[in-house]
Design a protein around this ligand. Structure first.
Ligand code: HEC
Ligand code: HEC
Length: 467
């Protein structure tokens, strides 16, 4: 009798909590979230505005925006997700042929598992870490470790780490993992003066909302000459849009080197998997590779200029990427989390990780249009100091500049991907290490963090976990 009563009380508490947080658990992918839009008086938890999901399972990064009611778009979401998880096979095989001639991985999902964050491996075998190259004659702008039968791959990269000791102002010790990337690019000649940028696959929620922010809105935070003398001088990247060969503001990638999801997605198909598309119809066989077996292995026998993936599939993938919901905040009313949030602004983090934006009107996608969002990014480039520098320029980004990454959803990487590796190459193990790597324009806010008492540092980590 007593036990039953306790169970009933427990049950009521759970129900009450759910109601208070306006959470509806969505189990599994594609479960339609029927939560009425704009029910909460306080929108703090709705990081993606009406395109916020409250799923906290391993599917948290691939939920459909709950305000998407159009059936055609709901179908495109499912179809686009299927394209994202498709494993490509070598030309001539059954299934989805077209892989290679050279490639990094066989599917989008192979790097962005569950639309989430990848992690680096010690040694030569990487799944989610890629290397961008400059001055690498015959290797192009991205290293390809793998190739289909009969085609030579490009060589190897070896990842190793050394530990670098440091201390907080209160004497507590920490250690940072310093990466070394050793190249042996020698299958197509041995170029000298090669510049290398190691980059890890990031999580995909909310990218459509970031694309829907108007360029003028982003530029309002730009301060190239640091005229307000706060030590922070955000700068927009400007990159080539291959569709019309015009210069556009960069938004995606660790150095904001891609102007929109359409180009990012088709670029990933070619550069990462070796799948040609309407925007990039030619196989990736740079320099002398074009004259070898790489150049002969064109387009799955479909003929030169006929891409391996067609426009309809690209449209579905783009529609999917545009409408992935942002995870809502958890425990955001918790007093420690609130203290962590206040510290974010008082020690200067939110000068770059800007908390709030309003999206503009995005053609044909009301779901992501005119939303108040809380991404904690400015989408601008910042000098982050020599510790994080890769020394490889990328359009207007120099060798030490990186785009402020959004922090929304970051607290769920562990639930989705089972690890806590952060930063552009996954070197940081957890939030504190990620912060301790900040330098350059972020040096003073990093130092403020280092000098905080432990309870305050922990509160900031609690805040990041609630994102
Ligand atoms: C080899 C691993 C790998 C594969 C395969 C891969 N990606 Fe990525 N993806 C990355 C990395 C690394 C980045 C960051 C690139 C950069 O900063 O230059 C990235 C960036 C992105 C971004 C921009 C994210 C942001 O936060 O700005 C999108 C969108 C994306 N990938 C989609 C895709 C799609 C769609 C596919 C399949 C067609 C795909 N990726 C395949 C590794 C991969
Ligand atoms: C000058 C701008 C700037 C300031 C100030 C700043 N950040 Fe960052 N933050 C960045 C950039 C740029 C990166 C990406 C660096 C990289 O990957 O090499 C980053 C990365 C991060 C990451 C890892 C994100 C990811 O997706 O891997 C976290 C967490 C973070 N910052 C938190 C903070 C906190 C907390 C503070 C305040 C102590 C802070 N940042 C201050 C610009 C800034």
């Amino acid at each position: 009798m007593k036990l039953i009563l306790i169970l009933i009380i427990l049950n009521c508490t759970i129900l009450k909590e759910k109601k208070e947080n306006n959470q509806i658990a969505i189990l599994g992918l594609f479960a339609l979230n029927q939560r009425p839009v704009s029910v909460s008086a306080d929108r703090e938890a709705y990081s993606g505005g009406d395109a916020t999901s409250f799923d906290t399972t391993s599917f948290a990064f691939q939920q459909q925006a709950p305000n998407m009611t159009d059936e055609a778009k709901q179908l495109a979401f499912i179809q686009g997700h299927a394209i994202f998880t498709t494993s490509w096979v070598s030309p001539g095989n059954a299934g989805n042929p077209g892989l290679g001639p050279t490639f990094n991985n066989v599917s989008c999902n192979g790097c962005h598992a569950f639309d989430g964050r990848g992690r680096p491996n010690v040694g030569t075998n990487q799944s989610a870490l890629l290397f961008r190259l400059s001055n690498a004659t015959n290797y192009g702008e991205q290293f390809s470790p793998n190739s289909i039968a009969g085609v030579q791959n490009e060589g190897t990269f070896t990842v190793s780490y050394t530990e670098q000791a440091g201390t907080y102002a209160d004497g507590e010790a920490y250690s940072l993992r310093v990466p070394t990337y050793t190249q042996s690019l020698n299958n197509h000649g041995s170029p000298s003066g090669v510049l290398v940028s190691a980059r890890i696959a990031g999580q995909n929620p909310g990218l459509g909302l970031l694309e829907a922010i108007a360029e003028e809105t982003i530029l309002q935070n730009q301060d190239i000459l640091d005229s307000n003398k706060d030590g922070i001088s955000g700068k927009a990247n400007y990159v080539t849009d291959a569709k019309d060969n015009k210069t556009k503001i960069g938004r995606f990638g660790w150095k904001a080197n891609q102007p929109n999801l359409n180009q990012q997605n088709q670029g990933a198909f070619l550069g990462d998997i070796g799948i040609t598309s309407p925007l990039f119809p030619n196989e990736n066989c740079p320099g002398t590779q074009a004259a070898g077996n790489c150049g002969l292995a064109t387009n799955t026998g479909r003929g030169v200029g006929v891409p391996e993936i067609n426009q309809i599939s690209i449209d579905r993938l783009n529609s999917y990427m545009l409408t992935i919901a942002v995870p809502g905040r958890r425990n955001w009313k918790d007093s420690t989390v609130v203290r962590g949030k206040d510290l974010m602004s008082s020690i200067g983090c939110t000068k770059c990780h800007i908390s709030e934006f309003r999206t503009g009107t995005y053609p044909n996608f009301t779901e992501i249009s005119n939303q108040t969002i809380r991404p904690y990014t400015d989408l601008l480039l910042h000098d982050m100091g020599t510790g994080l520098a890769d020394g490889r320029p990328d359009f207007l980004a120099d060798g030490s500049e990186w785009r402020t990454p959004p922090l929304w959803g970051i607290g769920l990487i562990k639930s989705v991907n089972g690890h806590d590796n952060l930063l552009h190459d996954g070197r940081a193990r957890g939030f504190a290490e990620a912060i301790l790597w900040h330098g350059g324009e972020a040096e003073s806010s990093k130092e403020n963090f280092r000098k905080l008492p432990k309870s305050d540092r922990d509160a900031m980590v609690k805040f990041l976990e609630s994102m």
